[in-house]
Ligand binder design. Structure first.
Ligand SMILES: CC(C)(COP(=O)(O)OP(=O)(O)OC[C@H]1O[C@@H](n2cnc3c(N)ncnc32)[C@H](O)[C@@H]1OP(=O)(O)O)[C@@H](O)C(=O)NCCC(=O)NCCS
Length: 175
């Protein structure tokens, strides 16, 4: 089935939250245990600022949402609306890396190129605004996608704000 893309709208929010919940609970199995998956909900999810900024993409297959993801010219590196410690400060394309944010594919559409397509859209948009690199905080489930798309590991960290330490990997790609 052909994949199409568009910018996310505010009336997509409920559908996006459902898709993210399915991706978080099902596609992280094999990478995290159940306690880690539960903990990851605190530090993952929808950042509605991206929709407001017009930097969040939706990919559709036959009229239904297959995946979503975006980029940002703001400082926050990862997390959803509910995550602590966010910053809406604007980045400087001359010296900062743009962010890749909140990548989720519906489990029914996994491994069909949805994530790769969204990453390409994000990179092209960031580049067109003058950024020379992009950076992200990846989950263990996300790392294979980012590696396949040319991202390199910057550092490995753990975030325990959800109660159990969740391994994460900071990755970067220069244009
Ligand atoms: C990470 C995620 C968005 C990937 O989405 P996807 O649409 O399935 O990825 P793609 O189909 O574009 O994958 C492109 C390539 O990445 C690699 N890849 C993606 N998922 C992989 C996996 N689970 N295992 C191994 N390689 C994988 C492969 O090289 C793949 O190419 P191939 O299928 O031809 O072998 C999805 O697994 C997801 O939603 N995970 C749960 C939420 C999450 O952790 N998001 C990341 C937040 S940083």
């Amino acid at each position: 089935m052909a994949l199409t893309h568009r910018l996310a709208r505010s009336d997509d929010v409920d559908a996006l939250r459902r898709l993210m919940e399915a991706a978080i609970s099902q596609l992280q199995k094999g990478f995290l245990d159940e306690r880690q998956i539960a903990s990851s909900r605190t530090i993952m999810g929808l950042d509605t600022q991206l929709i407001e900024d017009g930097t969040y993409f939706v990919v559709e297959s036959n009229g239904s949402i297959a995946g979503c993801g975006g980029w940002s010219r703001r400082a926050t590196l990862y997390g959803g609306d509910q995550s602590p410690g966010r910053s809406a400060a604007l980045l400087d394309p001359a010296k900062d890396a743009a962010r890749v944010r909140a990548m989720y594919t519906h489990p029914d559409h996994a491994r069909k190129g949805v994530g790769r397509m969204i990453l390409g859209l994000c990179e092209a948009a960031a580049r067109s605004e003058g950024f020379r690199s992009v950076e992200l905080m990846g989950t263990m489930a996300g790392e294979p996608l980012y590696r396949a798309c040319g991202y390199e590991v910057v550092e490995r960290v753990a975030d325990d704000r959800g109660g159990t330490a969740v391994p994460l990997v900071r990755m970067r790609k220069s244009f």
